[in-house]
Design a protein around this ligand. Sequence first.
Ligand SMILES: Nc1nc2c(c(=O)[nH]1)N[C@H]1C(S)=C(S)[C@@H](COP(=O)(O)O)O[C@H]1N2
Ligand SMILES: [Mo]
Length: 530
Amino acid sequence: MAHVPEPVRIGKGVAALIGLLSMAAALAVGHLVAALTVPASSPYLAVGNTAIDLAPQPLKSLAIDLFGTADKLALLIGMAVVLALLAAGVGLGSRTSVRVGGLLVAVFGVLGVLAVLARPAVGGDGLWAPVVAFLVGLGVLLFLHRTATTVATERAALSPSGENATTAETRAGRGTHGRRRVLVSTLSVATGSAVAALTGQKLSSGEQVERSRAALGGITPDTRAAPIPPGSDFAKSGTPTFITPNSEFYRVDTALRVPRITAEQWRLRIHGMVERELDLSFADLRARNTVEKPITMTCVSNPVGGPYVSTAEFIGVPIREVLAEAGVREDAEQVFSTSVDGFTAGTPVDVLTDPDRDALLAFGMNGRPLPIEHGFPVRMVTPGLYGYLSATKWVTDLELTTWDRESYWRTRGWAREAPIKTQSRIDTPSGFAKVPAGGVTVAGVAWAQHTGVERVEVRVDGGDWRTAELSAPVNRDTWRMWRTELELPPGGHTVESRATDRSGHTQSRKRSPTVPDGATGWHSVFFTAE
Ligand SMILES: Nc1nc2c(c(=O)[nH]1)N[C@H]1C(S)=C(S)[C@@H](COP(=O)(O)O)O[C@H]1N2
Ligand SMILES: [Mo]
């Protein structure tokens, strides 16, 4: 009877290490390939984002309560721990037979592909990263497993009971040699993985995108906006400037890491209830008729008197022209937009196709390419609607659909439709300021986008309303500044303001919270004249 040798088993520690390294190599190379193709297709990030999307709301709230803005970091670390345990499991599983390990790697490969496919707007090129990651993971597992098994077999053969055992000297020599071979192989894989991951990270980080942005230089539209008239703000009296510098423009988004996509990588798909699907590149967009328009944006989360309101001259392509080319079907109700990081918004089709409303696919902001944090390379801007349902940054997908589909903030209790409410804010004096008694300048800003500000009134200590002076109008989609001079005796005073829009509606006194469709109430400021 022939002697059947016992299958040689590699040590548990080595086996677990092999599993870990296979997973690390797979994710690292996947990250690199993603950086070169579609950054959002990085298997590691895709798994994390899918976990965020699948997590039930109470768990998400708990994570935010526990970790605050570090919730995403906590998730990535937690994921690393879970993946490391699973990877070690794969390694241990392959001790009995490498096929078991290979099978487990294949299962992860499929899950990785599914996680990437579940990412919105990733597309066919997004498959490269998970597929290459799977192949690398499998390759590294087989390679390290073979190296370790060979070494273990040699060692077993060299064991004192083995027939080949010759002298203690050879035994020691071969043992060291084998150990070194395992060490060199694992270190090579570890180094290679680290290099791949860091290169991927560098490529997908700011630099490449900054370069892409810088290469665009200044942005000039085919049709320039009329120049901003003199007297459009009262900045010298303490109001904001009419145009908000890009660096001071308010910023609101869910992106804990700003999505980074170059103009060259960017594409916009327009599909759903349309006659013709469109797929536009950045160059396609720029080649179209481009316009420039001053627009005041406002966040629905802006409390009365709050800072989330800013104005820029946006440059881009009217969305209605792109929609006209796609041919919107009559039963379409909303344009469901998706950003490269999975944020979604639903904008009424009526608003976006309105010939009197210049909603834009914007790529310029005050003559410059969009800043990265404001949506580079392309965002939506819709005059008159709060940003959460109309101003998707880093936008890559527009789907014409019905209201059945619910966008990001709608699923979280915010209104389906939300026109910006007529509001005014007092900028000077600031709250609890001490000002010289006598002539006191009160000044601020008011907005009623798409209707236009007609009048702003001010009163002190509950007295009579008096009409304030308004800045030169620019268009009905932008804010207006106001100011007035009051004679005030020494002491504490409360000043209030209220705006009236061109439809005759006066800003409501009733205090209501920002949820679900924007705060109402009068802004009031207490200060002391002395
Ligand atoms: N991709 C993406 N786009 C987004 C958001 C977001 O979280 N992600 N937030 C929206 C909200 S709530 C507002 S008010 C505006 C803010 O635009 P800004 O940051 O350029 O001022 O962007 C909108 N677009
Ligand atoms: Mo917002």
